[in-house]
Design a protein around this ligand. Structure first.
Ligand code: NAG
Ligand code: NAG
Ligand code: NAG
Ligand code: NAG
Ligand code: NAG
Ligand code: NAG
Ligand code: NAG
Ligand code: NAG
Ligand code: NAG
Length: 521
């Protein structure tokens, strides 16, 4: 009888041990993972869904302008002296309009951004401050025309003088209110008698760069750097919902119904849509941490990537830190993959692709804008020689990075920075006769986000629960091991005498006493 009971106990504890091991090693983690997945997948039942659809906190959108302080000198061939003005801070609200679910576990949506000036954060700067910047639309048009039909430049320049008549066109710089440059727009007049004016205006109409907004009465255009972002929703995007495979969560598979950006020609590398829209990532598998994370950036028509740097801590949570690496904007000699981003010369003096750290946006924006990191951070030093002050790359101020919470893939903090430049080029027209040729920065932007304290708390609570669950599985395992050890001892003690008993049935051994005692106790 005693032996039977202890064998039963033994059996149960071994069973419990096996079940605990399975639970601890496989079951619990799987349950936790599937609970997390349920909460982060893009389904209207998940916790993340509403936060993904309408961002609960606005991003910060900061604009820093390069005020040109020596225009007269530049017009006479001296090096530019720049002065940073800003940041002008805007709140950037993001809202997605879901159009429906698609094939292959995708969700289709439009993304609408709304920018609201934040006067408090911008102080002492205001949208009414006057800044002197390079005349982007003017330089852009002249460069485009010069590259296509050099003979026409001086004729067309006369058309420009008429177009910009209200500002007076004496040099390639313009003094404007910050608000007009960023959002409200600078008026470009298409009502004039000059035949070349009609040509310029029809050119703008046909290529319709995003920065040019036709006036309602058709009399001309408004040029502004960002108003298109505020006026129109972008997309449609198709994004993986992560229900079938959470590792694919947030992947953009198509943009404007295309799965490939053909701005860069047919090269299979440059046109790839890779990664997420930088707001949502899959959880990070700590045993297989991705070296590189991709995001697709429609504003520059390409995917870029950040490289894993280190594990770190933020808001009392452990995080994985990724930083934009040099190779994303590397010259083709440093990163041969990038050669397909070089479509056109941006300068008479350079094959644009030879230079480190700059990217020609012409194929993307239909205007000869050149992107770089702020202050030409991570770019060729040669670019800095063009200036007589005001340009100073600084890793801490100018890098782009992201910090992810590994269990949920939540973005704890992210900062993305980009500078827009245009070439200042000497040409045989009065306004550009003596200017030095070089890459001229206009402004740089910083888009940043961090989880607000309320969501930090929510995340910390959830991580605590995950921690408890993790502790619980080891506690259960430990209990099962103890039970198994105890029952093993019991069984061994109980069966040993029985076993001896069978071998010497008629011999009463003192050990029997022990066995009985144990079974009683
Ligand atoms: C969630 O989506 C399903 C369709 O997939 C719909 O039937 C349901 O009403 C939605 N629920 C909510 C709360 O919107
Ligand atoms: C920009 O520079 C000009 C000098 O060229 C100066 O008069 C102006 O005040 C500067 N703008 C701001 C906002 O500081
Ligand atoms: C879904 O995936 C299959 C196989 O990968 C592919 O052939 C098909 O085109 C995809 N459908 C859509 C709508 O992308
Ligand atoms: C953006 O558009 C909204 C209206 O949709 C407007 O209220 C807001 O002032 C605009 N933002 C800027 C910076 O012009
Ligand atoms: C171009 O530069 C000149 C130089 O001051 C400026 O007066 C003119 O208004 C500018 N045109 C535009 C469109 O900015
Ligand atoms: C254009 O021509 C009309 C008449 O031909 C004239 O009245 C007007 O002043 C001209 N406008 C300009 C900007 O030269
Ligand atoms: C896209 O991602 C794949 C790996 O997932 C990578 O090999 C490829 O280089 C990426 N393409 C671009 C343009 O970043
Ligand atoms: C961080 O966590 C520790 C212990 O988990 C706690 O004592 C501390 O108050 C937390 N700090 C913040 C800022 O939440
Ligand atoms: C760029 O211009 C240089 C000189 O003008 C020329 O040699 C080179 O072939 C051009 N490169 C491209 C990609 O057009």
């Amino acid at each position: 009888m005693l032996g039977k009971r202890s064998r039963l106990f033994f059996g149960i504890s071994v069973g419990a041990l096996i079940i605990s091991i399975i639970l601890a090693v496989w079951g619990f983690p799987k349950i936790i993972r599937s609970q997390i997945q349920k909460n982060i997948q893009l389904d209207n039942s998940s916790m993340m869904y509403e936060k993904w659809r309408v961002l609960p906190m606005p991003l910060k959108f900061k604009i820093t302008v390069f005020n040109v302080t020596n225009t007269e000198e530049i017009n006479n061939g001296k090096k530019p002296k720049l002065q940073e003005i800003g940041p002008f801070v805007y709140k950037e609200y993001r809202e997605r309009t879901v159009l429906g679910y698609g094939d292959n576990d995708t969700i289709k949506y439009m993304l609408k951004k709304t920018f609201i000036f934040d006067a408090e954060e911008s102080a002492p700067f205001s949208e009414d401050d006057m800044v002197t910047v390079i005349n982007f639309s003017y330089m852009a048009a002249l460069i485009t025309i010069n590259d296509m039909m050099p003979a026409l430049v001086s004729t067309l320049n006369m058309g420009f003088q008429e177009m910009y008549s209200q500002y007076g066109l004496d040099d390639p710089f313009i003094t404007v209110k910050a608000r007009d440059l960023f959002f409200d727009g600078l008026f470009l007049n298409c009502r004039g008698n000059h035949s070349s004016l009609a040509l310029i205006c029809s050119q703008i109409s046909t290529t319709s760069p995003p920065t040019m907004r036709p006036t309602e009465d058709g009399s001309g255009f408004y040029f502004s750097m960002f108003s298109h972002l505020n006026r129109t929703a972008s997309g449609p995007y198709s994004m993986v919902r992560g229900i079938e495979n959470v590792k694919e969560l947030g992947h953009i598979v198509s943009y404007k119904e295309k799965t490939f950006m053909n701005n860069w020609g047919s090269d299979p590398y440059c046109g790839q849509l890779n990664g997420s829209d930088s707001s949502i990532y899959p959880p990070i598998d700590e045993n297989n941490v991705p070296k590189r994370l991709y995001t697709f950036q429609p504003d520059i028509c390409r995917s870029i990537y950040v490289d894993f740097m280190s594990k770190t801590n933020i808001f009392n949570m452990s995080a994985y830190y990724y930083e934009l690496s040099e190779s994303a904007f590397a010259s083709k000699s440093a990163n041969p993959d990038n050669k397909c981003y070089c479509k056109k010369n941006w300068s008479g003096n350079h094959d644009g692709c030879l230079l480190m750290g700059v990217m020609n946006l012409f194929p993307c924006q239909q205007a000869p804008a050149i992107a770089s990191l702020p202050h030409f951070y991570l770019a060729s030093e040669e670019l800095l020689e063009f200036f007589d002050g005001g340009i100073k790359p600084d890793k801490e101020k100018h890098k782009s990075y992201i910090m992810l919470e590994p269990n949920t893939g939540a973005v704890l903090k992210g900062v993305q920075r980009l500078q827009f430049n245009v070439e200042l080029r000497q040409m045989k027209i009065p306004q550009l006769m003596k200017v030095p040729t070089g890459l001229f920065p206009m402004l740089w932007i910083e888009e940043s986000a961090e989880v607000p304290p309320s969501i930090q708390e929510e995340l910390q609570q959830n991580l605590k629960l995950i921690g408890y669950a993790n502790t619980a599985r080891w506690v259960i395992l430990a209990l099962a091991i103890i039970a198994a050890v105890v029952s093993t001892i019991v069984v061994v003690r109980a069966t040993l005498p029985g076993w001896s008993g069978r071998n010497s049935v008629f011999v009463l051994r003192p050990t029997n006493v022990n066995g009985i005692d144990l079974n009683k106790g």
